[in-house]
Write a protein of this length. Structure first.
Lengths: 801, 337
């Protein structure tokens, strides 16, 4: 590597350069105070995607702020006084929650939840269980019969097996205090749950609320992770008196990164905490490498300032290369248009740029002002059997790449096989989430267990199909019989998909039942009204009999020119979402488009939470492909220029694919899909992991160019750089390992995947690449073909003689 | 050598047979979808049992379900009721009846749909009804004479097997829900305002036999009528209202079912001579010959819309894909899941 001669400049102007860097750090430090720590649900989805825009455009059809409290009995059904009274009390308590929309608190005990009864000459509408819970067995039995007879009308509040009842509520989004709400809902659970009545809670306010519930656990993990990093740093560098210097550089680059987050007004999302940790750990790793070289230079030059300048000159080029690789690993994830990934990409880039500046510019300045560091030589202990066994193992280990034979062949061929398997796994990799519940938390977490329990009885995943039409009384308005009939046809068509649990539309939920009731409850009138006038009358009848805002769940305005069809799905798996979208498309193509009586009707899909997940899935597959291609391209170009060799460039490409496509093997084995949390990890993994190989190969090449034999250089590199690489590996693992125990699935998946990737990258960099160099002896390690031929001459002459 | 040639020929023949069998299976499979129950998102409105015990059920979205094994498995088909692809076949079919031979049959439904089969239900063709009113019930007198009751005073009749349908003048402009014939000449029809019509000329003319006070909106409708013989008949409607005659309609006595629920169908189990009523909330009532109405154990909570019996086999259908079966003349009804 060529030195840039920047070290002298930095050391000569250390006061002014140091002051500038501290001023910038102070500025970013001030900006850090503006950082808002919160999770924004919308930020997880690509803002430009049609489905996300559709969701935002039709937000009036329901925000995500819905609470679901399910009472489930262990024995019998809900039709006993105790359970019914609990439902009523929960309904009343939910109605008192902060920010609740009182018009949208619904349960069996609500006065808004009613049924119609046709009697000669009249149509009577009665609430199921309002104002009082029936007290005697006969009253309860009558209620049960009424509920059973009206099961389809009340299926979202009482499960078909009658073991579960739901209390649902919507909240006004502005100024909602999630923490307070969460703990008040927990109080309701505590108050009413008993041996027979289990209470499960779900909904976005609860998912968010759990963030506060786990606050102390996450804070503890944060402190443990910091502690572990510092401990490992101390263990690996305590013989040096300035072992703590990397903490300073790490801290300052964190200030740059966080300051940028504050400056840009991004939210600091605690679920993404693993990324800052890996960046800080990476920063410290560079710091460790730098410190190691400083001590080497001190030994060589004996002068502190000269050693600082020389270390900067030696370490900046590979450091620059590896940090640029790190940046390339993170910057391309911004291309998907998913705000949270864009924020990570840009803030991460600034963070890494901060690392480059702090480790390679500020660190020499800091060290130049501090007293000359010393090496505290540890006492050599008597060699025990165990120690000598370890030493023997390490001695054997460092010679593995240079020893021709079965083991090396197995390693090289095995790595080829692993690479092929990895690529196949990459092509097969699933997209999206494969389990129900929120992806923020683990499957076995309380919140997901609750969501799963609720989802079994009442489907929660909702996709919206939006119809825009001419206004009433046009025959093609949403009240037009042809439109209502088409919607009903769509409902029946979607139901053929077993993943569709329910389809809720004005047509099937309001218009047809009201048409039936208007005609004596005669079942053959459970059909689309036969004229637009009759349809309008039924709409008016419903509007007058329903609570304010109830109609707006189906039709957003009084012009009746748009409507929302809600498709309730059993899960949000990739296949489920893809199939439902395909099914809707097929229906529109075959039923709506060819029908001249619907030529003014526009069908748009898929909004709602299912549409958001679908949008993420769409982007992630493309993003993953482009991202990996770009990162690998950048690695290839950097290595080509650094080592001035196509062989080297392809060798690193091979190593990257080998190490990082292994992630897909791991993901497939653990049933993890490509998601917003795994994409940045895979991407970062390539950038971070390739450093190991770069450091190793650079050292080998330096030694070979210095005249050493290739095999000797490999052994030396493993004994020196290999140890440093292992130390950096330990620091990075130490920083991310504690997050495995986080209750947040994001933390868990990111950390396990990163640890796996760091491991495969270390194996690729420290074993597979040296094996290849020893076996193939490419010319670039000699400094080019000319230098290689020059080296071969004496050995050929010696062989001839 | 000879044996190897034989083997080759036998193998080729086996292959051909397999291909042919597959083709036949595939062909029949294209005619419908096999199921073990009806789609729960569709409504079932009409049921008929042919003399050979094949069950026919019609319902919403042009649905036709047939079963040749007494309801264990079903073949789902979509009736071709209007131009366009399968997704356009979306009218509700309300009633199905066959003639005594089981060869000729009619299905009527929403917006004036009439479908006819002359081959026992294998193929169906549209007939021109001349109306867009909903046709709720069809009564087949024989393979030529058929009468249909429908919405807003619609009465249709054919005397030529459906080649031409004649609109019959309704004495009242009310919706007719049910029609039945006790013999080729004597027919009964019921509808809104507890109106009962009678015909003594095979359905060519109808006169008000009972009710018909269209000015009194407190009078509920009769949804169903059945006669066990020319003298004995029963009609039923809202809130447990029934009326019976034992003198061929000269007088009607009002009665109440044990529970005040609507009945949408009353049918006779000819084997036991018991009457069965089915209606709102899946409620069923049985009246043994000459006895009182008694509630039957409830096997569903969905509205029942039609009932049919053949020997000890009984089938009831209703909303939400409900099919109830009995193979012991109603001692026990079981829902098809």
């Amino acid at each position: 590597m060529t030195s840039l001669r920047i070290g002298d400049f930095v050391v000569r102007n250390r006061a002014i350069v140091g002051a500038i860097l501290l001023i910038i750090s102070a500025f970013f430090g001030f900006e850090c105070t503006k950082v808002v720590v919160q999770t924004k649900f919308d930020d997880f989805f690509p803002s430009y995607h049609h489905d996300v825009q559709l969701y935002q455009e039709w937000h009036k059809y329901g925000g995500a702020q819905t609470l679901a409290v399910m009472v489930q009995v262990k024995h019998g059904d809900i039709f006993n006084f105790d359970t019914l009274e609990k439902i009523q009390k929960i309904q009343r308590d939910v109605d008192k929650l902060p920010g609740v929309d009182h018009n949208e608190v619904l349960s069996l005990a609500s006065y808004r939840v009613s049924y119609a009864e046709a009697t000669p000459g009249s149509l009577t509408i009665k609430p199921f269980m309002f104002p009082e819970v029936p007290k005697d067995a006969a009253g309860i039995a009558a209620l049960k019969k009424t509920v059973q007879a009206n099961q389809s009308n009340i299926s979202q509040l009482v499960s078909s097996d009658l073991t579960s009842a739901m209390v649902t509520a919507s909240f006004n989004e502005r100024g909602l205090d999630y923490k307070k709400l969460f703990y008040q809902v927990q109080d309701i659970v505590k108050q009413y749950q008993d041996d027979n009545n289990r209470i499960y809670i779900a909904g976005e306010p609860i998912v968010r609320g759990y963030g506060y519930y786990y606050e102390s656990t996450v804070l503890t993990l944060f402190l443990v992770a910091v502690g572990v990093m510092i401990f490992i740093l101390w263990i690996t560098g305590s013989q040096r008196s300035r072992w703590w210097a990397p903490i300073v550089t790490g801290f300052l680059s964190a200030i740059w990164g966080l300051g940028f987050v504050g400056l840009m007004g991004y939210d600091f999302d605690p679920v993404m905490l693993v990324i800052p940790f890996i960046l800080t750990a990476r920063d410290m790793s560079h710091g460790i490498q730098w410190q190691g070289r400083l001590h080497d230079e001190l030994d060589r030059l004996g002068d502190k300032l000269a050693a600082c300048a020389a270390t900067t000159d030696f370490m900046l080029p590979p450091g620059l290369l590896s940090i640029l690789a790190d940046i390339s690993g993170i910057i391309f994830i911004s291309f998907g248009g998913i705000p949270v990934l864009q924020h990570i990409a840009l803030a991460g880039t600034v963070w890494l740029a901060g690392s480059l500046t702090m480790v390679f510019i500020f660190q020499p300045i800091l060290m130049s002002y501090l007293p000359t560091p010393e090496i505290k030589h540890r006492k050599q202990r008597d060699g025990s059997d165990a120690r000598s066994a370890v030493r023997e193992f390490l001695d054997w280990f460092v010679h593995v790449p240079t020893r021709p034979g079965t083991l090396r062949k197995v390693l090289l061929w095995g790595s080829c096989g692993f690479l092929v398997y990895g690529v196949i796994s990459g092509l097969d990799c699933k997209i999206g989430y494969s389990t129900a519940g929120t992806p923020l938390y683990k499957n076995n977490s309380k919140v997901n267990k609750d969501i799963l329990a609720v989802g079994k009885k009442f489907p929660l995943e909702e996709g919206w199909i939006i119809l825009t039409t001419p206004s009433y009384p046009d025959k093609q308005s949403v009240l037009g019989p042809d439109v209502l009939r088409m919607v009903d046809d769509m409902r029946a068509y979607l139901f053929e998909d077993p993943k569709v649990a329910q389809v809720v539309s004005f047509s099937s939920t309001v218009s047809e039942p009201f048409n039936e009731m208007f005609h004596y409850g005669f079942p053959k009138y459970l059909a689309v009204p036969d004229s637009v006038e009759m349809s309008g009358n039924l709409w008016f009848l419903y509007l007058n009999g329903s609570a304010p805002g109830e109609l707006e769940r189906f039709i957003s305005n009084r012009s009746n020119n748009d409507t929302c069809i809600r498709v309730l799905l059993r899960d949000h798996n990739y296949d489920t979402l893809e199939n439902i979208r395909e099914r809707i498309k097929q229906f529109v193509d075959e039923r709506v488009s060819p029908d001249p009586s619907l030529n003014k009707v526009h069908v748009d899909y898929l909004a709602g939470i299912a549409g958001l997940y679908l949008s993420a899935n769409d982007v992630l597959k493309q993003l993953d492909f482009y991202n990996i291609t770009f990162v690998l391209g950048v690695v290839w170009v950097f290595c080509l220029f650094s080592f001035r060799s196509f062989v080297a460039a392809f060798m690193f490409l091979f190593a990257c694919v080998l190490a990082n496509f292994g992630a897909f093997i791991y993901m497939n084995a653990r049933d993890i899909g490509l998601t917003i949390d795994t994409i940045p990890v895979i991407s970062l993994g390539i950038g971070l992991g390739v450093d190991y190989g770069i450091y190793m190969v650079a050292r080998i090449r330096d030694e070979v160019m210095g005249g050493m034999d290739v095999d000797d250089a490999i052994v030396l590199a493993l004994q020196s750089t290999g140890v440093a690489v292992f130390n950096t590996f330990l620091v990075m693992i130490g920083g991310i390992f504690p997050w495995i125990f986080s209750p947040l699935l994001f933390h868990n998946e990111m950390s396990t995947l990163l640890i796996f990737l760091m491991g495969t990258n270390m194996i690729a960099g420290c074993i597979i690449l040296p094996c290849y160099l020893s076996w193939a002896r490419p010319s670039f390690v000699f400094g080019g073909r000319g230098a290689m031929k020059e080296r071969e001459k004496p050995s050929a002459t010696a062989a001839a003689s | 050598m000879r044996s190897s040639k034989f083997t080759i020929v036998a193998a080729a023949a086996a292959c051909l047979l397999t291909v042919a069998a597959t083709a036949i299976t595939a062909d029949s499979a294209t005619e419908g979808v096999k199921r073990t129950s009806a789609p729960s998102w569709l409504s079932l409105f009409g049921v008929a049992i042919r003399p050979d015990n094949e069950i026919f059920v019609v319902g919403s979205k042009a649905l036709l379900l047939t079963s040749t094994d007494q309801g264990k498995t079903w073949l789902q088909r979509t009736m071709p009721e209007r131009p366009g692809g399968p997704l356009f076949q979306d009218r509700d079919l309300y009633s199905i009846r066959f003639d005594s031979s089981g060869k000729s049959g009619w299905v009527v439904g929403e917006e004036g749909i009439i479908l006819h089969t002359a081959d026992g239900g294998d193929t169906w063709s549209l007939q021109k009804s001349g109306t867009t009113k909903n046709l709720f019930k069809v009564a087949v007198i024989d393979d030529k004479n058929v009468v249909i009751a429908g919405a807003d005073g619609t009465i249709l009749r054919t005397a030529d097997g459906g080649d031409t349908w004649q609109s019959i003048k309704s004495p009242k402009d009310v919706t007719w829900f049910d029609v039945t014939f006790t013999d080729p000449q004597h027919g009964w029809m019921v509808g809104e305002f507890s109106t009962i019509l009678a015909s003594t000329d095979g359905g060519q003319t109808w006169t008000v036999n009972y009710g018909g006070n269209t000015g009194d909106f407190t009078i509920g409708p009769f949804f169903t009528v059945t006669f066990t013989d020319p003298q004995h008949g029963v009609v039923a409607g809202l809130a447990g209202d029934t009326a019976v005659t034992s003198d061929g309609g000269k007088t009607w006595q009002k009665q109440k079912l044990p529970d005040p629920v609507a009945s949408y169908v009353v049918a006779e189990d000819q084997a036991s001579k018991a009457l069965w009523a089915g209606g709102a909330g899946g409620r069923m009532f049985e009246q043994a010959a000459g006895g009182e109405w008694k509630p039957s154990d409830r096997a569903t909570f969905h509205d029942l819309t039609d009932l049919a019996f053949a020997g000890k086999l009984g089938v009831a259908v209703g909303l939400n894909g409900t099919i109830l079966l009995t193979d012991n003349a109603g001692e026990q009804w079981q829902a098809v899941q």
